[in-house]
Design a protein around this ligand. Structure first.
Ligand code: SF4
Length: 434
């Protein structure tokens, strides 16, 4: 029996006189307290109000223990007490480390003749190759769950993108729109960041890579205006670059549109192709940065911090500008020293003049994503902090915590670089910087 089942059984016996929803709330709080305090749930039950205690008394006790600082500051706690079920089958297998080696490559017949398809199939001579009519027809109306998501690296789909070339970044409602357009150059990522939204978002049995990049360029010409854009909404912009070979084509195309900013955002150090052509100042290669201890425990399979920064250095030497995303910032005891050192390392590696912008954002998730993280990364510690449901229903650290994080980060960045543009990502309008 898993821990969660044991807790459920305990609660249904001990508090048998309470309704099912109340039992669910108690179960979740017991689970989260035991996990947060790294003790067996039985230890937590020792100080629970005894039956026939009223539900409000039991809940007050549990809330105070689960949310000590929020209770102290008398902030309204509105957590989601959804059912807790941990299926061990859904846990990420950390032995499945890249290098990427798909078992199957499915190719839409309309792109079978393209250079990109030739490059990908040559790169993986051992993969089974199958020509399909279309991706849509191949997968039909099936829904794909976490088991499929865990196996996504086994299947590559090389497709023709017909519609979604450039679209406005889908900020949460009431969030500050940062004027960004997303380029849909792939869906699915080989890495395993515990907080990744893709694990909740993607409904596909594999990695999808458009093979018709020239149509993206044509769509850009049709837009008829300069924009700020990047190919990082549904994938890591460079993780597959050695396979698709796209970055030199992107650089060569966009260097002719110097007022358009094209961002390649990554947690990799996969920049060999990118640095094989002369850089362009309007191509921004950006890294999402976290302290090395977070990289190791949360951003599984990604490049170590030192390698990301070394890659950033190589890119600036080659003529590109870079950007840094301190996002998501993970709050924990002693975060200040680690993040100040991180800011130091970033601006030591790259001169501020070569940094196009910096973004800041703190960890956030929908309740559904939280449930997925619990199942895929049961040993995580990122869920143990105190979260509140925010303006868009997502769980975030309390406002005061976020405000203090942004204030500190901004002052550390300003110390090293007076003029760089800093903006907030996925934050509510009332959260302003400086
Ligand atoms: S690198 Fe980005 S897209 Fe890939 S798993 Fe991490 S958060 Fe998700």
């Amino acid at each position: 029996m898993t821990d969660t089942e044991q807790i459920k059984t305990f609660v249904s016996k001990y508090y048998h006189y309470l309704g099912i929803n109340k039992q669910q709330e108690i179960t979740r709080l017991l689970f989260e307290i035991a996990k947060r305090e790294r003790i067996d749930y039985i230890k937590v039950t020792e100080s629970l109000p005894k039956p026939p205690a009223r539900f409000s008394r039991i809940k007050d006790y549990l809330l105070e223990r689960r949310y000590p600082s929020l209770t102290k500051s008398r902030q309204g706690i509105r957590p989601s007490f959804f059912d807790i079920t941990i299926d061990p089958e859904l846990k990420v297998d950390f032995t499945l480390k890249p290098p990427i080696q798909p078992k199957n490559i499915f190719i839409e017949e309309s792109v079978a003749h393209t250079e990109m398809v030739k490059r990908v199939t040559t790169h993986f001579p051992e993969s089974n190759v199958e020509i399909i009519k279309t991706y849509k027809e191949h997968v039909g109306k099936r829904r794909f769950g976490i088991v499929d998501y865990n196996k996504r690296r086994e299947n590559f789909y090389l497709v023709r993108e017909d519609y979604d070339f450039f679209k406005k970044c889908p900020c949460s409602s009431n969030s500050v729109f940062c004027g960004y357009f997303v380029v849909n150059l792939g869906s699915g990522c080989p890495y395993e960041c515990s907080y990744c939204v893709l694990q909740d978002y993607i409904n596909s049995p594999g990695i999808i890579l458009p093979a018709n990049i020239e149509d993206f360029f044509a769509a850009f010409k049709n837009l008829g205006r300069d924009i700020r854009c990047g190919s990082c909404e549904l994938t890591d912009s460079l993780a597959f670059d050695h396979i698709t070979g796209y970055s030199p084509l992107i650089v060569e195309f966009f260097r002719h549109y110097p007022k358009t900013l094209y961002e390649l955002k990554t947690k990799s150090d996969n920049i060999d192709l990118l640095t094989s052509v002369p850089g362009a100042r309007n191509i921004i290669v950006s890294w999402s940065l976290n302290p090395q201890k977070i990289v190791e425990t949360v951003e599984h399979f990604t490049a170590p911090l030192a390698q990301r920064l070394e890659a950033a250095q190589r890119c600036t030497a080659c003529g590109y500008r870079v950007a840094f995303h301190f996002d998501p910032i993970i709050y924990y005891q002693g975060w200040e020293a680690d993040y100040e050192a991180l800011v130091d390392m970033a601006f030591h590696a790259v001169d501020g003049e070569n940094v196009a912008w910096v973004s800041l954002g703190t960890l956030r998730m929908t309740p559904r994503l939280k449930k997925i993280i619990e199942n895929r990364f049961p040993d995580n510690t990122i869920l143990d902090e105190e979260f509140l449901a925010g303006h868009d229903g997502k769980l975030r650290y309390p406002k005061e915590t976020r405000r203090s994080i942004y204030k500190n980060m901004t002052s550390w960045i300003r110390k090293r670089c007076k003029n760089v543009r800093i903006y907030l990502c996925m934050e509510e309008k009332s959260m302003r910087l400086e």
